[in-house]
Design a protein around this ligand. Structure first.
Ligand code: ADP
Ligand code: MG
Length: 209
């Protein structure tokens, strides 16, 4: 994987977020302040504008470059969290190709988000998607699963996990101010993370085929 692959994944995530922009806006209007999709698309537009620079880099520096831009453009709570995801992955990435090194890098990214946001699973945030996906990814890597199998399975885990946030009580972030009224709505950050994971897996599966 290199900067070109990173940019192809960004393009795929960007397209999916755009296609679901109204839905994500409604979710954040219900339990947040409504800006989540605007924040994310601002970041995606900024990443698109630096395509050549990202594509010219190797994998880890491309992630770091993208992370810095995300931090300076996305804002909200999610900007620093996605920055941590990308830099956490970059730091843990190795030159080795394959499922296991990538699973380790993804897990490190999720751990960095947990440290930055000071939360784990069960608080009704993006972590409720990221943690189960990282766990399944590591478990599959440990049993020697193929890239193809991983890329098919992770979107399923992400979707099922995203749906579990609907009935959760929010205890982190803006949604926690609503208390019990936060129940009954899917967390916008869980939905955006799930969509990005699905888009990236489907893009990488094209290369893998
Ligand atoms: P803000 O809430 O500041 O307006 P955004 O709208 O950009 O920020 O992002 C909201 C999303 O950020 C939430 O839906 C949730 O998934 C995620 N989030 C908020 N706080 C945390 C946290 N401490 N840890 C992990 N994710 C969080
Ligand atoms: Mg918001």
């Amino acid at each position: 994987m290199d900067g070109k692959t990173v940019m192809a994944c960004i393009d795929a995530a960007h397209a999916s977020l755009k296609a679901h922009a109204d839905e994500i806006a409604s979710l954040d209007q219900a339990i947040g302040d409504g800006d989540h999709i605007v924040n994310l698309l601002r970041g995606m537009d900024a990443l698109t504008a630096m395509r050549a620079a990202i594509e010219a880099e190797a994998f880890a520096p491309a992630l770091k470059l993208a992370a810095t831009k995300v931090l300076s453009t996305v804002g909200g709570s999610s900007g620093p969290l996605f920055f941590s995801m990308l830099t956490g992955m970059a730091k843990a990435s190795s030159d080795e190709a394959g499922v296991a090194p990538f699973a380790r890098a993804f897990a490190a990214g999720v751990e960095a988000v947990g440290q930055r946001g000071k939360t784990g699973a069960g608080s009704k945030t993006m972590m409720d998607v990221l943690i189960p996906v990282a766990e399944r990814f590591s478990a599959m890597a440990a049993t020697g699963a193929s890239g193809k199998d991983v890329l098919e399975e992770l979107p399923r885990v992400a979707e099922a996990s995203m749906l579990t946030t609907r009935d959760m009580l929010a205890t982190k972030g803006r949604a926690s101010f609503l208390g019990e009224r936060s129940r009954g709505h899917i967390d916008p950050g869980a939905r955006s993370s799930q969509l990005m994971i699905a888009a990236v897996c489907s893009r990488l599966a094209q290369d893998d085929a």
